[in-house]
Ligand binder design. Sequence first.
Ligand SMILES: [Zn+2]
Length: 431
Amino acid sequence: MSIGVEALFTSALGLQPPWVVEDVKLDTAQRHIDFEISCRGAALTCPVCGATAQPVHDRLRRSWRHLDFFQFEAWLHCDVPRIACGACGKTTQMPVPWARAGSGFTAAFEALALALCRELPVRQAAALLRCKDKQLWRRIEHYVEQARALEDFSGVQIIGIDETSLRRGQNYISVVHDLDAKRLLFATEGRDHQTVVDFAADLRAHGADPAEVRHVCMDMSAAYAKGVALALPEAQISYDRFHVVSMAIEAMDQVRRTEMAEDAAAVRQMLGGGERKTLRQLLWGMRRNPAGWSKGQLQAMHWLQRSTLKSARAWRLKMALREVYARARAHNNAEQAGADLRAWLSWARRCRLEPFKKLAATLKERFDAVVRGMTDHRSNAFVEAMNGLLQQAKRAARGFRTSANFIAIAYLRMSKLKHLPAHPFVSAPAK
Ligand SMILES: [Zn+2]
């Protein structure tokens, strides 16, 4: 038994009457395959009011890009009827079953494009699909907005608030994660207290009660603290390891920079030649964990530890703070963690290094919230993982890095949105 090629493609495209494939044309030179689809019948159902047997007013020529057919670029073409309805009095174009209104791509092509944009930089996905980046960005925004509108945030209790910037020190974006569900809930421009207030409004718009948020993990920005006080009345704040250790690394860098600038001659004398290379290795060796030291960094760090430099003391303080966190993680005992932190603070206060004295004062002022963050493994690991994903999202938007694009791609990749189109080639896993 054989069926005609038109009937075969009518079925492969999933078309039902009145839609049928009338003609298929293969252009091997252009590597194109064109499907001519027609909507049969002189009288059709009105798409607005549902009145049957309404007359076709006219037909408008339209085309859609579809999934490739082998090595051929596939296009659907159709003279789409407009119905002049006697019942409701409106003249309306028939919606086509293979594409959403207004799109020049079929739904299957859009679904594939979205799937690729979750894995690849958008520019690369566009090159693979042989379309324009701009066409993909428009669709990412459309589908993300549609999917987010359907999301339910009720039950969100533990969140992380963080900032990221699109360019070094510019274009700040605040992001809010659900630390239980491990997903991005909200992203917006800016890093003032209003971002937290806007997040609370967004929570409410998605069926959640901001008063149910019990725990916020964040950095020590006063703006976020103000926002939390205003908009998340029941939330307790904790400061996670990532941010606290970053502050210690910043203090250490400050000590090193000042020392290398002010006592350059003394440092050079201690080093005795080859100083430029060693200083660079020192910079990275001091920031890195000893397990990751290169051979050169190892030598530089051995030299540092035998020296009497302030930088050596700063490095020991930083390492000791890491150790306080490692112990808290191993023992999971808030009391012990508090005692360890208190011992570190007293050392830092007496160390005669201005940046560490300042850091100690900051941590002391927020002592309880810091200790809460020490035994909170959930948020500590997660904040770092999310930072990695945010970096990937930035790379995905390379060349088109506007706040709107970055936020859209971050939602697409990090929000676990449940209402995105399914991947055309992968069926959903059985539940
Ligand atoms: Zn009608």
